[in-house]
Design a protein around this ligand. Structure first.
Ligand SMILES: Nc1nc(=O)c2c([nH]1)NC[C@@H]1CN(c3ccc(C(=O)N[C@@H](CCC(=O)O)C(=O)O)cc3)C=[N+]21
Length: 282
C-alpha cells in the first residue's frame, strides 16, 4: 500500500486561480492589494521564500513592496521600515520574514494588527485564543485547508500535533479544536515521554517538530493522514519530519517539499485578499 499525496503545489495553483478572480473584482472597484515584505540579512532560504511570495503575488495581480535590509541592520532601522509600511496606503499587509536575529517580539508587536498577514501579532494570536475574527497564521490554516481540499475528515478526528512552536503547533491546536473544526487534539513535543504511543492513536498526524525523520512507520496507524511540516536542511536538501517508509502505512501524506510549504504561501495570499475585500466592504 502506498499513501495518496496531499498535493500542496497543485492546491496552491487552484487557490491562486480562485484568488486571481477576487483580485480582478477588487480592481474593478479601484482597489489593488499590495504585499510588503521586510527581509533582514542574506540567508538563502529566507531569500527564496520572500522571492516566491512576490512571484505568487505578481501572478494573481497583487502589487509587491519589497524592503531588503543588510544583516547589519539595527532594531531601530527595521522598526523604521515597519512604521513606513504601517503608514503606506498601497501596502494592504506585510510580513517581517523570520528569523531576523533581532528582538522579534518587539518587531511583530510594532506591525499594525490589521496589516498582519502572517497572523502572528500578539493581538491576532489573542483573538485566536478568544475566538474573535482576525488574520490567522498561514501555516496552520494552510495545513487544515490541504486536508479539507483532499476530503480528509477533520470533525471527530483524533489529531496529534508534534511541535509547540508559535508559527505552527501551538496555533494549530487552537484552530483544530474550534467548533467549526471539532477535532480532538493532543499536542506533543520534544518533552513527550512516549511519542509513538500518542501518534499511534492519531487519525491525523501533523509533524512540525523540525526533527528530520522523527515520525516513523511503526508509529503511524494504517490509513492515517500525515502532514510533514518540518523544514530542516540535510546536505543542502529540504528534509521533513516524516521518514520515507511512512508512505507504506499511511492513507495520505503531504510531501516535503510540495506539501504544506506552498499552502503557507496560499494562505498568505488569501489573508491579503481578505483584508483588501474588507476595505471595500465586500
Ligand atoms: N514572518 C514569516 N512568515 C513566514 O511565512 C515564514 C517566515 N517568516 N520565515 C520562514 C518560514 C518558512 N516559510 C516557507 C514558505 C514557503 C515554503 C515553500 O513553498 N517551500 C517549497 C520549496 C522548498 C525548497 O525547495 O526550498 C515547498 O515546500 O515545496 C517553505 C517555507 C515561510 N516562513
Amino acid at each position: 500500500m502506498t499513501a495518496q499525496t496531499l498535493d500542496g503545489a497543485a492546491t496552491l495553483r487552484t487557490i491562486k486561480a480562485e484568488l486571481a478572480q477576487r483580485v480582478a473584482a477588487l480592481k474593478e472597484q479601484g482597489v489593488v492589494p499590495g504585499l510588503g515584505t521586510v527581509l533582514v540579512g542574506d540567508d538563502p532560504g529566507s531569500h527564496w521564500y520572500v522571492g516566491a511570495k512576490h512571484k505568487d503575488c505578481a501572478e494573481i495581480g497583487i502589487t509587491s513592496i519589497r524592503r531588503d535590509l543588510p544583516a547589519t541592520a539595527t532594531q531601530a532601522e527595521v522598526e523604521a521600515v515597519i512604521d513606513e509600511l504601517n503608514a503606506d496606503e498601497a501596502c494592504t499587509g506585510f510580513i517581517v520574514q523570520q528569523p531576523t536575529g533581532l528582538d522579534e517580539f518587539a518587531l511583530l508587536s510594532r506591525v499594525d494588527p490589521d496589516k498582519d498577514v502572517d497572523g502572528l501579532h500578539p493581538t491576532n494570536l489573542g483573538k485566536l485564543v478568544l475566538g474573535e475574527a482576525g488574520p490567522l497564521p498561514c501555516t496552520p490554516v494552510g495545513s487544515i485547508e490541504l486536508l479539507r481540499r483532499h476530503g480528509v475528515e477533520i470533525a471527530g478526528a483524533e489529531v496529534v500535533v508534534v511541535g509547540r512552536g508559535i508559527t505552527v503547533g501551538r496555533p494549530l491546536g487552537l484552530l483544530l479544536t474550534r467548533r467549526s473544526e471539532n477535532a480532538t487534539v493532543t499536542l506533543c513535543h520534544t518533552g513527550t515521554v512516549d511519542l509513538g504511543a500518542h501518534v499511534r492513536n492519531a487519525d491525523i498526524v501533523v509533524a512540525a517538530a523540525g526533527v528530520p525523520g522523527i515520525i516513523t512507520a511503526d508509529m503511524v496507524k494504517p490509513g492515517a493522514a500525515v502532514l510533514d511540516v518540518g523544514v530542516s536542511r540535510v546536505d543542502g536538501k529540504v528534509t521533513g519530519d516524516v521518514a520515507p517508509d511512512v508512505w507504506d502505512v499511511a492513507g495520505w501524506v503531504s510531501p516535503n517539499p510540495k506539501g504544506v510549504g506552498p499552502m503557507t504561501r496560499a494562505m498568505l495570499l488569501s489573508n491579503i485578499v481578505e483584508i483588501a475585500e474588507r476595505s471595500v466592504g465586500a
